[in-house]
Design a protein around this ligand. Structure first.
Ligand code: FAD
Length: 406
């Protein structure tokens, strides 16, 4: 029976990043780490902007530290952001130059990122990757965890990390209590060609039915869209003829980039807020989407999960540097407290955004539009909002922080 120190369930962005963070830190690099995933190894054949994520600067710094950033094939940067409301004067714009920044963020293909992380993980002898195998059973005790994989193989691990996404099997096997609500939105994701160039601008328009994001890709006329709308509307949008879809999308986007034309298949994701009330049970801990999911309207879900794993890795390494018990309850609870505070704040912000923008009451719409206009004219307030969204401010793990300028 194999006996790694840490078994990470899930080789998504969070699971693989955690393995690399542990393997590259001064003290935790001694640990034997195993990563299992029911999916096969990522492959270049699956890269193609099917699902993309907007990564903030804190996540970029983390991947640069891990020598992963340079191996992500395409990572177009965006220099501008525009958020506005359909049928009102409400608008707020952000500009990298005005904030003395080279860029505001990057758009990466999720599979491309996974591939770069996977290839880097192969370089470390202390990381064992078992792909194409799910977990079937988990017996967690106060001392260790006995895990049975889908091929009946058994693994004994001192710590198990559930990085197995929104429908986490680890969470289900341990019956970890979770709060959730439906956002009453499904997100339609696709790649579209736009008549006008996107100009490295990430755009978000708030429609009465929900937000539509156009994220700029490397080709100046290609955008990845995330169109969150009522489930019945999303079902119609995914099934309609491409010409109808193009018309509806062009109209929904206020023709801001001219006529839009579908370039890919259309995928739909139901959106739910999930929040696990206890992230730690015995020697098992949850991270990223396994512990929380949020509305994608601000493009923060993956960024949040990456900071979870950076925090956990930091605390483990710190304990090992003092030759103390790195998987004690105190360490795991400290991680939980740290990251729960951040997740709760993000969930509340998404809820305020969603509710704030969904109201159609004329007086509230006016207040909202005035508020956005005023904010847009206050550079200090705008920079504050930006710094927090970009991961340049807040209670960040050390390896994700901005280096102080000398
Ligand atoms: C439409 C949409 C748009 C989004 N856009 C953004 C964005 O712009 N920016 C951003 O920051 N975030 C965004 N997000 C959120 C982001 O995609 C997620 O937060 C992130 O991918 C979660 O990563 P993860 O590693 O926790 O989970 P996942 O990526 O889901 O990985 C979990 C892994 O666990 C494996 N697994 C599952 N069950 C088992 C099992 N039983 N045994 C073994 N392995 C298992 C899976 O195969 C998978 O590889 C978006 C989300 C959606 C839905």
């Amino acid at each position: 029976m194999e006996e790694p120190d840490i078994l990470i369930v899930g080789a998504g962005s969070a699971g693989l990043t955690l393995a690399l963070l542990l393997a590259t830190a001064p003290h935790s690099q001694q640990l034997q780490i195993m990563v299992v995933d029911q999916a096969d190894a990522p492959s270049a054949a699956n890269v193609g902007y099917k699902r993309v994520s907007a990564l903030n600067l804190a996540s970029m710094r983390l991947f640069t530290q891990l020598d992963v950033w340079q191996n992500i094939a395409a990572k177009p940067a965006y220099q501008h952001m525009q958020v506005f409301e359909a049928d009102s004067f409400a608008k707020i714009e952000f500009d990298a130059l005005q904030s003395a920044l080279p860029e505001l963020g990057f758009i990466i293909d999720n599979e491309d990122l996974r591939l770069a992380l996977y290839q880097r993980a192969l370089e470390f002898p202390q990381i064992t990757l078992k792909l194409g195998l799910g977990i079937a059973k988990l017996d967690a005790t106060a001392r260790h965890n006995l895990v049975t994989l889908s091929n009946d193989e058994r693994i004994l691990a001192r710590l198990v990390v559930g990085a197995d996404g929104a429908n986490s099997k680890v969470r289900q096997l341990l019956k970890m209590p979770m709060m959730f609500w439906d956002y009453d939105h499904h997100a339609l994701v696709a790649v579209v060609r736009t008549a006008e160039p996107h100009g490295q601008t990430a755009r978000q328009v708030f429609l009465p039915t929900g937000p539509l994001a156009l994220l700029p890709l490397a080709d100046p006329h290609l955008c990845s869209i995330v169109w969150s709308t009522a489930p019945a509307d999303a079902a119609e949008l995914v099934a309609c003829e491409p010409t109808t879809f193009n018309q509806r999308l062009t109209a929904a986007g206020q023709s801001m980039l001219g006529v839009c034309e579908l370039q890919s298949s259309r995928e739909v994701y139901p959106l739910k807020m999930r929040y696990v009330s206890q992230w730690v049970q015995q020697k098992v801990v949850l991270v990223a989407d396994a512990a929380h999911t949020i509305h994608p309207l601000a493009g923060q879900g993956m960024n949040l999960g990456l900071m979870d794993v950076a925090a956990l890795a930091e605390l483990i390494d710190e304990k090992m540097s003092k030759q103390q018990d790195w998987q004690s309850d105190a360490v795991l609870r400290r991680y939980e407290r740290w990251r729960k505070a951040q997740a709760q704040q993000m969930i509340a912000t998404m809820e305020a955004f969603k509710r704030g923008f969904m109201t159609q009451h004329p007086a509230l719409k006016l207040v909202r539009a005035l508020g956005m206009k005023l904010t847009d004219q206050l550079p200090q307030l705008k920079n504050k909002i930006l710094a927090s969204a970009l991961g340049n401010e807040g209670d960040l793990p050390l390896r994700a922080r901005e280096k102080p300028s000398l």
